[in-house]
Design a protein around this ligand. Structure first.
Ligand SMILES: CC(C)(COP(=O)(O)OP(=O)(O)OC[C@H]1O[C@@H](n2cnc3c(N)ncnc32)[C@H](O)[C@@H]1OP(=O)(O)O)[C@@H](O)C(=O)NCCC(=O)NCCS
Length: 158
């Protein structure tokens, strides 16, 4: 919880940059309600059992965040959030966080990962594709009403 402000700051900066890249108009990028909802969401993710939050630090500063949780039947581990501060993109931070997630897939024996990605988020889609994720055919809608693709990752047991 000591890192909550930093976690929300990284999420907000990464999300805004990704939406801007995907063509969301400036006036619709964010608002007070969104920030409050991110504070509440991350506080829950950090404190609730069954959810795990990881931070990546560079020189003692939080620059990346990830959260994951098991689905109800315990057959998949959802990658709920992964965000890196835009100034740190393409330096391996997301890849390191993702490696920790894959390790959790193996340690829990779940072996199947799921993530939802906005279809116009080319950067994140390239990242996931490079790391072995593939669309599972499910198309949904984000809380903001944007079309989102579900991706799946299958890893081998250790
Ligand atoms: C997606 C995200 C987490 C990736 O983090 P990152 O620290 O930049 O990722 P890495 O530097 O570890 O990249 C790992 C590999 O992914 C691939 N990759 C990452 N970004 C890419 C891009 N823009 N184009 C092509 N490949 C890319 C590359 O193969 C890269 O390895 P390389 O740089 O050695 O070639 C980051 O871009 C981000 O925070 N985006 C905004 C928030 C977001 O969209 N989150 C996901 C929501 S579903």
């Amino acid at each position: 919880m000591d890192d909550l402000d930093a976690v929300v700051s990284v999420h907000t900066a990464a999300r805004t940059a990704a939406y801007r890249e995907g063509g969301v108009p400036e006036g619709e990028l964010d608002g007070t309600e969104g920030i409050v909802s991110r504070f509440n969401g991350w506080a829950r993710a950090i404190q609730l059992p069954g959810k795990t939050t990881l931070c990546a630090e560079v020189d003692g500063e939080v620059v990346g965040v990830l959260s994951m949780e098991s689905d109800a039947p315990g057959t998949a581990l959802e990658l709920s959030q992964i965000h890196v501060r835009p100034g740190q993109w393409r330096r391996g931070v997301g890849g390191r966080l993702h490696a920790a997630y894959v390790q959790a897939l193996r340690e829990t024996g779940v072996l199947t990962g799921l993530v939802g990605v906005w279809e116009r988020n080319d950067r994140a889609r390239a990242f996931y594709t490079r790391l072995g994720w593939r669309p599972d055919g499910t198309v949904g809608t984000t809380s903001e009403g944007l079309r989102c693709l579900r991706l799946r990752l299958d890893v081998a047991s250790a």
